[in-house]
Every structure is written in C-alpha cells, then in structure tokens.
Design a binder for this molecule. Sequence first.
Ligand SMILES: Nc1ncnc2c1ncn2[C@@H]1O[C@H](COP(=O)(O)OP(=O)(O)OP(=O)(O)O)[C@@H](O)[C@H]1O
Ligand SMILES: CC(=O)N[C@H]1[C@@H]2OC[C@@H](O2)[C@@H](O)[C@@H]1O[C@H](C)C(=O)O
Length: 398
Amino acid sequence: MNQNISKLCGIAGKESRLIIGLMSGTSLDGLDIALCRFTGSGQDTGIEILAFETVPYEDHFKTEVRAVFSKRSVDLEKVCLLNAWIAQQHAGMVLDCLEKWKVAPDEVDLIASHGQSIYHAPKILHRQEGFGNATLQIGDGDHLAVATGIITLSDFRQKHVAAGGEGAPLAVYGDYFIFSKKGENRLMLNIGGIANFTYLPANLDATAIFSTDTGPGNTLMDAFVQENFGLPYDRDSLIARKGTVNGALLNALMDHPFFEKDFPKTTGPELFNLAYVDEAINRAGILEAGKEDILATLNRFSATTIAGAMKRTLDKAKTFSIYSSGGGMHNPLLMEQLQAMLPGYAFQTTAALNINPDAKEALLFAILANEAVAGGNTRIGDGKKVPGVSMGKISFAR
Ligand SMILES: Nc1ncnc2c1ncn2[C@@H]1O[C@H](COP(=O)(O)OP(=O)(O)OP(=O)(O)O)[C@@H](O)[C@H]1O
Ligand SMILES: CC(=O)N[C@H]1[C@@H]2OC[C@@H](O2)[C@@H](O)[C@@H]1O[C@H](C)C(=O)O
C-alpha cells in the first residue's frame, strides 16, 4: 500500500484528530486559522478549538488578489501564478502560527483549506446557455501540503457543483453537525462579505435543513468605504451613522430578481459591487448624494435583505433562536437595524454555544475534512441536489 494511503487510514481510525481549518473569505481581510481537535463524525462530531487567529493580509497580498478577484477579464498568467503563490503564502502563515502556538507540524493530522474564491458563477448569475453552475477557488492544496508537510484537503466546492448544487453555501453541513438541537428551531446567521444563514429545524429533519445566501453582508459597504474614504471598512459604523438613508436609492438597490428567488441560492461580489451601486444611483435618478448618505443606505440595504430573507424562514415556526457570526456582527448599526426589523427575536452569537463566532467559517472547513476522512455517512437535503458529506481533494505531503 502507498505509505500516504496507510497514513490517511491511520488518521481516519484515530480516537481524536488535530485539524487546521483555513478560510480566506470574500472580504480579503486576512486568513482565518483554526486549530481544532475532533472526535467522531457526523452528528457525533466532538470539536474543541485549541487556537484561533486571523492573520491580516498585507496590502501587497490584497493588491495581488484584487487583480483577479471577481473580475470577468483577467490576466490569465496572473491567475496561474496566484494559484501556487496564495497557497505558499498561506502555508507560511500556518507555520508561523504553529510555531507561536508551540505545536509541531507533525502533530497536526490534516489541513482543510478553503482557498480564495476568485469567481463564483451560479447559473442565475452567468446566464450562459449550455453552461451550468461554476465556482473557482485558488491556492492549490499540493503547495500547502508540501510546504507544511501536512496532508491537505482543499477545493471543497467542486463536489457540490458536480452534484447539482451551486458550490455554496457549504455551511449547512457543519452547522447541522455542530449546532442543531432537538427541540429548538435555530437560524445560524453569518454576515461576511456576503451574508447567509442556515435553517436548523427543531425536529432535526435532515431533508428540511438548508443554507442560503441572502445578498450583500459587508461587501458593498467595504468597497464603498475603500473607494471613497480610503479605509478598509466602516469601523463601528462611525461613517454610516453620520448619513441618512436615501429611500429612492434603497428601492433601486432592492430591485433585483435575486431577492425573489427561492432558497437555497448563492451570490457574490460578481453581482454586488460598486458598478451595481452606480447603476442603482442612476436608475433612482439621484444627481447628488452625500457619501455618508450612500453608505447609510448600503448599510440599510444589507439589513433589509438579510432580515427579509430570514423572515421568510422565521415565519415557519413560533419560536426560533438566532446565532450570528462573521465580521458584520461587529457593525453596530447593521445589528441594530436587524434587531429593529425582527422584533421579538434575540440575536445571540455562536459564543453562546461555545464557538468563537470569528472562527466559525474556518471551523466549517475543518469539519468537512473530518467528514471526508473519517465520516461521510450523513445525507443532508433531498439527497439529489447535494452530495453526501465527502468533499475536498486530498493532497499528500510527499
Ligand atoms: N468593528 C467593526 N465595525 C464594522 N464592521 C466590521 C467591524 N469588524 C469587522 N467588520 C466587518 O467584517 C468584515 C470582515 O468579515 P469576515 O471576516 O466575516 O468576512 P469574510 O470571511 O471575508 O466573508 P465571507 O464570509 O463572505 O467569505 C470587514 O471587512 C468589515 O466589513
Ligand atoms: C463562493 C464562495 O466563496 N462563497 C462564500 C461567500 O462567503 C459567504 C457566502 O459567500 C457563502 O456562500 C460562501 O462561504 C461560506 C463559508 C459557505 O460556503 O457556507
């Protein structure tokens, strides 16, 4: 037997596994690194986050990735170079963290790497005849495996697309295993660049659960603030609070068929970008608007679309618990608006369930790697449109 395969079998059979989850999201703020200890799999998954860090990206890294990020026309040579380079950069960040945490790389069983999404093209977005759903994440797993010496699972989304899904949100699997609770209807809300939520019914019915994107989370606000204020994001909503919501612009922003589509659905900065805002400004016939007012409107746009989508699911039952995660939960104006639009519901974070909300997405990919190696027996959804929980490609370290 190939030594790599026997090593992998050994990892699958261990009582507990150390897995590093890596997430580089659409906000391009940094690499989330979560070192987790796993026992079991599926709904018997036991998980402990031993260490977590978001390693901020330097400006140089952001500039390189932005050269191709969610752009229809790119320098193909740059994409080719970035595929290896991003993984090598990520490997360096992982090794630095392990040194800091005093963990030797050979103590770690697996790395689960999301990579960097550079283009997300579900059919509802690209609309090209003869082509199905597609999505592209780069930062190749072989480079991570060789540079760290740790078996790496990566490129989780292709299997979902191959099985008829849109490649996202994959949160549904981890949310179901870690957060579902008999007797309690739960909504797990994640506000990253794009916002999404997972519905976990109290009866644990695996055919009823789903995750869906709702539209923009922080992505439009971030892009607008970067372009107009030279800041990475609207820290503590300080700028948006100075503005007034422009009703005509809000209506124009809301006027897109994505919001009417049934769940589950996905989107990305390929649609929700500054061109989308400019187009809405033109359609609304706005000749002059203060930048603070536009930002206040973008903040309200995210709140309105997130709350609107959640409400469609919250109407299914009398009581629900809501647990949020993702950077948007640190945006106080956005959270105040959500609370005002959904009175009677308490917004807690996943910290109330002992999971650091900033680490949640990195954790979700570690869960997928744990399933691919040591689980894979659970079916979720209708069993047709989405695969069983065995996603990711395996890269051996030697
Ligand atoms: N104090 C704060 N005030 C306002 N916004 C904040 C604050 N802290 C973080 N954010 C927002 O959170 C964003 C980062 O969120 P997060 O790390 O969840 O995104 P991501 O993982 O890249 O997104 P995605 O889930 O779409 O891949 C920042 O860009 C910013 O918009
Ligand atoms: C294509 C892609 O990278 N999508 C991300 C993005 O970030 C949030 C939202 O859009 C979600 O659909 C997805 O990530 C999470 C982790 C998911 O798959 O559940």
